[in-house]
Design a protein around this ligand. Structure first.
Ligand code: ZN
Ligand code: ZN
Length: 172
């Protein structure tokens, strides 16, 4: 959705709509949309700066990075952004550290779809977890561990296991 910034009304343009994204567009490769992302934003021009304020909500399905179980991940993110006109000369002159975070628009247009997608991606955790204390999958039996139990942990007191550990201890 391209917004022509020279045609923005003085009081700003209010946009309230759904955005359909492909899972491929997301930084989280195992994410699936359970319903489309919805954005409520106001786009305003002040001088040469474009202000984008609002929120994005979505419902996604993630895969837990520990136990590999799909779980629902709701997104409700507010943002307050400023986009500057892209100045090619200034960009090549000095790409100082503080400028790296700066966001730009070009050709007097702002791609609102790209803005929403970026904000969505920013809400994703680096390692999605179905719950903060997810215990993951047992490396021995391959079962999901729940409350410190899987089928082999129950048998851990079996003396056979203690014998198996002995050679390892001898080596060290
Ligand atoms: Zn999990
Ligand atoms: Zn196990």
């Amino acid at each position: 959705m391209l917004i022509d910034i020279d045609r923005l009304p003085k009081e700003g343009l209010r946009v309230s709509r759904d955005f359909e994204f492909l899972s491929l567009d997301l930084v989280e490769e195992n994410a699936v949309f359970l319903e489309p992302a919805h954005a409520d934003v106001t786009v305003r021009l002040a001088g040469d700066e474009v202000y984008v304020q609002g929120q994005v909500t979505a419902r996604l399905s993630f895969v837990c990075s520990r136990c590999l179980t799909p779980f629902e991940f709701p997104v409700a993110s507010r943002f307050d952004l400023v986009y500057l006109p892209e100045d090619v000369d200034a960009l090549s002159e000095e790409l100082s550290d503080e400028k790296i975070d700066q966001m730009f628009y070009s050709d007097r247009q702002l791609d609102l779809r790209a803005v929403i997608l970026e904000q969505l991606n920013l809400t994703f955790p680096a390692k999605p977890l179905c719950s903060p204390d997810c215990e993951g999958i047992c490396a021995v039996c391959g079962e999901i561990i729940r409350d410190a139990h899987c089928s082999c942990l129950v048998k851990e007191s079996n003396p056979r296991w203690n014998k198996l550990k002995l050679p390892v201890r001898d080596k060290s």
